[in-house]
Each structure stands twice: as structure tokens, then as C-alpha cells.
Design a binder for this molecule. Sequence first.
Ligand SMILES: Nc1ncnc2c1ncn2[C@@H]1O[C@H](COP(=O)(O)OP(=O)(O)OP(=O)(O)O)[C@@H](O)[C@H]1O
Ligand SMILES: [Mg+2]
Length: 394
Amino acid sequence: MNEKKDFENVQNDLSTLGGVNPSRHASAQAVSGARVEKRIEKAAEASKKLAVSREKGSGDGADRPSGPVGLDVGTSHIVAAQNKHNYVYSVQDLNAFFTVPNAKFAKNILSQKEIKYYENHQQYYIIGDSAQNFANMFNVNTRRPMEDGFLSPKEDVGLKVIEAIVSSLVQEPKNFGEILCFSIPGAPFDGNGSVVYHESVVKGFLDGLGYTSIAINEGMATVLSELAEDDYTGIGISMGGGMCNVCLSYLSFPVITFSIQMSGDYIDKMVGKAVGEPASRIKAIKEEALDLSVEPTDRVSTALHIFYDEIIFKLLESLRRVMISTDKIPKISSPIPIVLSGGTAMPTGCKDKFDSKLKEINLPVAISEVRLAEDPLNTTAKGALIMAMTEAAG
Ligand SMILES: Nc1ncnc2c1ncn2[C@@H]1O[C@H](COP(=O)(O)OP(=O)(O)OP(=O)(O)O)[C@@H](O)[C@H]1O
Ligand SMILES: [Mg+2]
């Protein structure tokens, strides 16, 4: 790519673009053109090492990492990734909890069944996938530490629960001060939520655990994970549970980042309301059977199509509006790719639906193709790991 020489021209622009605060993101430090090349090389080297993703077996305890860590703190899932002898080793759990009153009897059962929990204020806090099992048993919903991409204002124990889930996946590092990159959302396009507060409290916990923690925008993590062959130039979109995160990256630097607070949870809620079913049932149907490449056959699939259409339209329209409202977009000579990741991008036909809506909208940059990430549920953690490995390499 011949874009590298143009980079210095956009450096000043980076500091004034909407949604980007370079001083707060490791990936947006102002650097010279030579450093850009070095950084791209290092990131490419890190991502080349990471061929296969392997997941942790059940019953394994929390790891004590001996190298850099990538951590995805998501509304639905928390995923930790490490580089183990040239493959990505990822561990994940549901970002959810369920409380039961404490009693000696319950304690014995919970311990015997290897259920993850902690005790506080005369209650047992059951966390992760186990919380879902309990909620199903009692026919209620789990409680969620995060909502719409941020720590939930409704749950004052949210951070404690996240701490407990993270600690069940990774303990303190073997070497104090090990680099850990963790995902943070972009500022909502037209919604609520403070990135600064969310980032600060999560960072406080991770630093306290003995890491040198660095925040990485979730859309940028998608780019780092998937766009090595494009010199990290393109648009990464992570379609998760609470939000969709977007990042336009130029040579590995986030030029535009933002989020919309609509994604999988929104689809479940809105479809549920439309057809009179609980959101949890819609979620199960969506994950097991949704095929967006075929015409809907019933009320639920019709509604699922409608709300997917709405989210994709909102995503593209907000991207267009953010792009045309700034004249800071670097001059990119060739068309750039869009890569989709996250659980909500997974149904068959989602990528094609996105592609066909893209053709109806007039973006100010040419798009070469729309791709689906290789491993959509682990993309953010892998991208954060690549950033951590790049930072650790100095
Ligand atoms: N096979 C599937 N088909 C459709 N949706 C799916 C599938 N698998 C997971 N999902 C949905 O993906 C969402 C979770 O995705 P993901 O784990 O990427 O989110 P997250 O990173 O935790 O959230 P966020 O990034 O918004 O904070 C949920 O809404 C879930 O229902
Ligand atoms: Mg996510």
C-alpha cells in the first residue's frame, strides 16, 4: 500500500476527530512515519503467530498468565486471550449473575458442583454460565453487570461481579506489570454512557491485579484481529450483545470510532415485544435457527429480519453521517474492506444483508468488500491480545 507517506498529513487530524481521544488510546499516539511502519510490522508479526483459537476445557482453574493478555469485557461475554506457543488460547464466560440467600446447605452443593460463586452481604453471587442455569431453573432472567456496552447503572454490584468473572478466567500475572489490553466501547453516536467512567473503573481493577492495563477500542480490536493483510486499513464493526462498535482505521490508527447502543439484546427485546414472547426465548431461537438468507416463514423470523434491517440501516446511516460531518478522512487511494465480528454478525446471511444495504447508501469512501471475522465471538479478545503483544514488544 502507498498510504504510509500520507500518514503524517493526518496525524494532526487524529486529535480533532469525533470519537477519538488519542491521549487515552495506546493505538492513537502521534508517531512518525517510520514508527508507523514498525508498528504495523510488529502487529503483523503478532497476528501471524496466532493461527488457531483453542478454548479452555471445563473445570480448568484460572490461568496465571506469563505473557501479554487480551481481554474483551463485553455486555454478554467476557473473553480472555493469551498467546500459547503460536495459537490463541481463549477462555470465556457469560457476563451475568444470579443471587441466592446464603445457607450452609447451599454452600456445600455449590462447592460440590464446581459452580462459580462468591459470598457477599449474606448472599451467594452465582456468576457466569452457572447463573444462566440457575435463572432457567427459576424461570427468571439473569442479572447483568453491563447494559448497552457500559457498566449498568442499575446494578451497584456490577463491577464486583465483573471482577469475580475476570478473576475466574485470569489471575494476577506471573510477572508484575504484564501488559493487558482490554476492550472499551466507542462513544455512543446518540445515546448514553460514559466511556471515561467505564474505562477508569475497569482499568483500576486490572492495574490492582498487577497488570499494566491499556484500553483498546472494540472496533479497533476487530481491525487488528482481521485486517493484517490490508495494513490495518479498513472498517471494523463489532456487533455484540449491547452495542455495535465501529472503527475506521488507517494504517493501524483509529481515525473514527463510535458506537450505537443497539445490537443482540435490542433485537431480543424488540422482537419479544412485537410477538409477545420473553426476550430470553427469542434469543434462543435467534441463536439456534435464524437464517437471514431466506425469506421469513413465521412471526418471530419476520420480526427478527425487521430488527436486523433496522440495526444495519442505523449502523450504516450513522457511519455515513459521522464520515460526512468531518473533512478529516485521510485520502485513501484504494477501496477499503469492512469486517464484521461479534455474536450478532453470526447468523447465515447477516454479511450479505449488510452488503446489500451498503449498496443503497452513499459512503464517502469506496468499500472493496464486506467480510465476516474468522471467529466472531473471540475477535475482540484476539485483537486486544495483538495490541498487548505489540505493546510488550516495545
Ligand atoms: N449464532 C448466533 N446467532 C445470532 N446471534 C448470536 C449467535 N451467537 C451469539 N449471538 C448473539 O450475540 C450477542 C453476543 O455477542 P458478543 O459475545 O460478541 O457480545 P459482547 O461482546 O459480550 O457485547 P458488546 O460488545 O455489545 O458489549 C448476543 O446478543 C447473542 O444473542
Ligand atoms: Mg463485544
